[in-house]
Design a protein around this ligand. Structure first.
Ligand code: 8X3
Length: 262
């Protein structure tokens, strides 16, 4: 908790899933002695989370802001307009991201291709480029990248999503190389199958039965499990960088291989 105390943590995609739980885990670990900038597209969800956090931890400072990272030209104004006390970002959690469909290459709707790349890659890059320069000036900071097993182990039907996560992985490696002479830590978390509230629902465009099948017969990971890892990585002493972390549920061995009880 001491290592987090007073820090300002910016989380994208904070309204649900891994981002939401990460906000809660940080708040709990620091007993409210920190600042959170929570960004996502849905204002009402952020408002509810902010209200919960303030109720539970009266000393916490939470700034919420509507942000769609796929709208690249909104990212710089978003940062510039942060209230003074939230301007200095100590920890950036690049969490916003999505998979759309499982269509074979040749049949992926162009809108899906663009939406995945805009969000998972271009938005993430834009935000990181702006934040990293400020971190460089201070020679300190943590950038947490939400990669995926999909970035290492591409699977049929994931032609675009896997490519976005491979791009994130490559970008993240370069960032770590370039920042080797700084105190900025680059942390990549690469989850396998995580049953968040919405990941599969978004992938299958609201088809609940398809979404539920992804986790059927398994004991999946949950958003809370990944939040716990992000918190662990960020709260290591400054000589330690959890550089990469491939994380599976205990019944998953690769992107393709999930044990479903038979
Ligand atoms: C999410 C994991 O297996 O759906 O990044 O690609 S998977």
């Amino acid at each position: 908790a001491k290592r987090l105390s007073g820090k300002n943590i910016l989380i994208t995609g904070a309204s649900t899933g891994i981002g939401y739980h990460t906000a809660k885990y940080f708040a709990e670990a620091a007993k409210g002695e920190l600042k959170l900038v929570l960004a996502a597209r849905r204002k009402e969800k952020l408002e509810a989370l902010q209200a919960d956090l303030i109720k539970e931890y009266p000393s916490i400072k939470v700034h919420i802001e509507t942000l769609d990272v796929s709208k690249l030209d909104t990212i710089e104004p978003f940062l510039k307009n942060l209230p003074e006390e939230f301007q200095t970002v100590d920890v950036l959690v690049n969490n916003a991201g999505k998979a759309l469909g499982l269509d074979p290459i040749g049949s992926v709707p162009q809108t899906d291709v663009e939406e995945m790349f805009q969000t998972n890659v271009l938005g993430m890059i834009q935000l990181t480029q702006l934040v990293v320069n400020k971190m460089k000036e201070r020679n300190v900071g943590d950038i947490v990248q939400l990669g995926s097993v999909a970035g290492r182990n591409p699977y049929p039907g994931g032609g675009i999503y896997c490519a976005t996560k491979a791009a994130l992985r490559s970008f993240t490696h370069v960032l770590r190389e370039e920042l080797i002479n700084t105190k900025i830590r680059i942390i990549e978390i690469e989850p396998g199958n995580v049953a968040t509230e919405e990941f599969s629902l978004v992938r299958f465009k609201g088809d609940k039965s398809k979404a539920e099948k992804v986790y059927e017969g398994t004991e999946p990971l949950y958003g809370t499990d990944i939040a716990e890892l992000i918190l662990f990585a960020v709260s290591r002493p400054e000589n330690t960088v959890i550089a990469e972390t491939l994380v599976f549920a205990s019944n998953q061995a690769s992107a393709y291989h999930i044990f479903r009880g038979s």
